[in-house]
Design a protein around this ligand. Sequence first.
Ligand SMILES: [Zn+2]
Length: 341
Amino acid sequence: MDMKQKLEALHEEARKKIMESGNLDKLNEVRVAYLGKKGELTAILKSMKDVAPEDRPKVGQLVNETRSRIEGLLENHKKALADAKREAQLKAEVIDVTLPAKKARIGHRHPNTIALEEVERIFVGMGYEVVEGPEVEYQDYNFTKLNIPEDHPARDEQDTFFINKEICLRSQTSPVQARTMEQGKLPIRMIAPGRVFRSDEVDATHSPSFHQIEGLVIDKNITFADLKGTLEEFAKELFGPETKTKFRPHHFPFTEPSAEVDVSCFKCGGKGCRFCKGSGWIEILGCGMVHPNVLRMCGIDPEEYTGFAFGVGLERIALLKYEIDDMRLLYENDIRFLNQF
Ligand SMILES: [Zn+2]
């Protein structure tokens, strides 16, 4: 077989293989097999030394022609493969304009937010102002002005996150009350909702970060009767008109006298059930008459003005109202949980 026939046969063989290649990878294999460094055509070029010198230019030209013909075939088939692929894609991705559009999923309010808005609504209805303050707070406001002495256990590092000697993450929203009193605009009727921080381990009822809503009223002739009436009204609005309240004596450094408030169980009406652990009562908040020391430290004359304060955990309200048994659920952002509210 002379060189011309040999090249002709090679070309025909390559053409068949190219046409049989169903994808770009296969096509590339064919390219390598014929035109690559160790390919068939290259092998022929290497065998040129066996060709008589006078024939070499002619044979060389034939080899080059064959090469460019094979390259042309490869290029054409590559284009054909790409066209076929696009065609198939277009067929597969037909848009059916009659299908209903996907609904945009709009988020909705977190149970904490719903509970907060409910509490705010109740107090705003009673003429209270909603005031916010910094989450990073001077110790002076977080403790000292609230009559919490230097050696009080609440100042312990085990309870409070300290930034430095003077600054901490507020462990309660009470500093907002101190800041409001200092402004000296009396009377005061305010609630201060917000995030607070304590170095608690996470469990079903504790979290290092949670929310409080504190309330403060300062005016002339404010008595414990005003405090009781206000919180009774609050409990009835929040848990239903049948709700009863019970005040148990307690101690807080910033109020005197102080009390913890229980509400009658809104599940069993006070008879006792699993929800209230059989007692018929559920503890919801702490309160008291503002300590004269606190008034004095915030520039208010305790002889002229009196007041009351209370603090309630927002999560506690949300857990009670929606009968959630684990506080961690409120922070996990599990859509299956949140969708229920
Ligand atoms: Zn009960």
